[in-house]
Design a protein around this ligand. Structure first.
Ligand code: SAH
Ligand code: SF4
Ligand code: F3S
Length: 455
């Protein structure tokens, strides 16, 4: 535990009466966004208010993602462009946090090549922010804390973006070391929060009006493996389902090697748990899955899909696919197309493989050209578009319960929201509906959304 009370008090004394503005920008997955909300929580205790405009900020924090090279390049571009801001306002403090900083060579590069940056903060060192900030305010040229800590910043109240959708991390880190993936290197080993802490946080959120609770972990199916008392993810879901109130529970991600029949049964049994499952398959080829070290075969994966479809053929599935893993052959890629045709996902999230230094796959030979990879991506998206178009038709004539999350960007006078199946639903309505559930009858389907009428 690193005690930050002292540093918060010192900063409070220093800033007293003067309003300070912070610009905090998070990249990457929802876990990182949730960390960004914790960073904001600490900054609020220090006395900062928040701005969306970096030009008026006294403090800028870039909370970064390292999952693909493009994500890192983008952040380096942004840090570079902030040199001008620092020249115009020398008292501006710029900090970099998140997954990029947990790689030592990146922290070194930031220190050496980007003098406009005052500190870097590792993924589990959020509680060190007040200390680093105080050092920067006192003029220290560069500070860093990228050590791994076990404490979960339980006492930090997140400053949440949304008043009705809340992310709740249930565990941190990953033990799986899929060969392409940087996450285990930048997020450390799996650490589960206690069920009591999670249940009391969700209860509080529901009591204050939150309607959607998104449980987060790199592999929620191994939740509790490091805790005593026999708690597991399905058991946690059953406990959360008992909390009073009108709300929906979602979760991600779920590693197929650990997705159990008990998990699927729990989803069907619990009325508050969303009827959709994100089950990242990555590839439909056993040889690629083996090289990725995913520890399941396409057949084993499809057994889970079959079990779900036998219970409800309309059940909504989504997945992640990596295209162009090192030396992926035409046959291996075709196996992925076969798998997505069989699994009939509502949506897929697909990525061209990106080499991450330090991972095992980065050492694997790869003769496949960028052109072939792009062509495969195009083909994958084309096949999925057809599947989505066909699958979305099953909703026409049905009723869906929708949590409205905004105004439609495509249709004037319409609002947009998500159904239990995680399908985008648009219908006529105004902003007063945002943050509310609405019952909607579906009258038309497309391949990215369905259109309905409020009942
Ligand atoms: N823990 C989650 C994944 C988090 S990363 C899970 O296992 O499901 C989100 C997605 O990014 C992964 O599912 C994968 O499809 C993609 N991804 C991860 N590393 C990648 C890389 N090196 N190149 C391309 N895509 C990658
Ligand atoms: Fe990465 Fe695999 Fe862990 Fe997901 S399960 S975060 S893909 S190593
Ligand atoms: Fe990116 Fe880190 Fe998430 S690498 S995807 S922000 S865990």
């Amino acid at each position: 535990m690193n005690d930050n009370r002292f540093y918060i008090n010192e900063l409070n004394k220093l800033f007293s009466g003067r309003s300070k503005k912070a610009y905090v920008r998070s990249f990457g997955c929802q876990l990182n966004v949730s960390d960004g909300e914790k960073i904001k929580g600490l900054l609020k205790q220090i006395g900062y208010s928040f701005t969306e405009n970096e030009n008026e900020a006294d403090l800028i924090i870039l909370n970064t993602c390292a999952v693909r090279e493009s994500a890192e390049d983008r952040v380096f571009g942004i840090i570079g462009s902030m040199k001008k801001l620092k020249e115009l306002n020398p008292s501006l403090i710029i900090g970099v946090s998140g997954c990029m900083t947990a790689q030592e060579h990146i922290a070194e590069k930031i220190k050496k090549s980007y003098p406009q940056v005052s500190f870097v903060l590792g993924t589990s060192a959020i509680n060190s922010l007040p200390k680093l900030l105080l050092e920067s305010v006192h003029g220290t040229r560069f500070s860093a804390d990228i050590a791994e800590y076990d404490d979960f910043s339980e006492t930090v109240e997140q400053v949440r973006e949304s008043k009705f959708k809340a992310s709740v991390p249930i565990m941190f880190g990953c033990n799986n070391f899929c060969t392409y993936c940087i996450v285990p290197y930048v997020r450390g080993r799996e650490r589960s929060r206690s069920a009591e802490d999670i249940i009391s946080e969700v209860t509080r959120l529901v009591q204050t009006g939150y309607k959607e609770i998104m449980l987060l972990g790199q592999n929620v199916n191994s939740y509790g493996n490091d805790l005593s008392g026999g708690i597991s993810f399905p058991k946690l879901l059953r406990e959360l389902d008992k909390i009073d109130g009108d709300f929906i529970i979602r979760f991600m991600s779920s590693h197929p090697k650990d997705a159990s029949i008990e998990l699927i049964d729990t989803i069907f049994d619990c009325s508050k748990v969303a009827k959709s499952l994100h089950l990242p398959v990555q590839s439909g080829s056993d040889s690629v899955l083996e090289r990725m070290s995913r520890r399941y075969t396409a057949e084993k994966y499809l057994q889970i899909v079959d079990y779900i479809r036998n219970r409800d053929s309309d059940f909504s599935l989504t997945t992640d696919i990596i295209v162009g893993f090192p030396d992926e052959s035409d046959e291996e890629f075709e196996a992925t197309l076969d798998l997505i045709r069989y699994a009939k996902y509502d949506n897929i999230y697909s990525f061209i493989y990106s080499k991450r230094s330090g991972t095992k796959a980065a050492e694997m030979p790869d003769k496949i050209s960028d052109e072939i990879k792009s062509e495969r991506m195009r083909k994958l998206l084309e096949v999925q578009r057809e599947i989505s178009t066909e699958r979305y038709q099953r909703f026409v004539g049905k009723k869906m319960r929708v949590l409205v999350d905004g105004i439609s960007k495509k249709r004037k006078g319409f609002v947009s929201g998500k159904s239990s199946e995680y399908i985008i639903v648009e219908f006529e309505g105004d902003s007063s509906l945002i943050g509310q559930f609405a019952d909607v009858e579906i009258i038309e389907s497309m391949n990215w959304a369905v259109i309905g009428k409020k009942i």
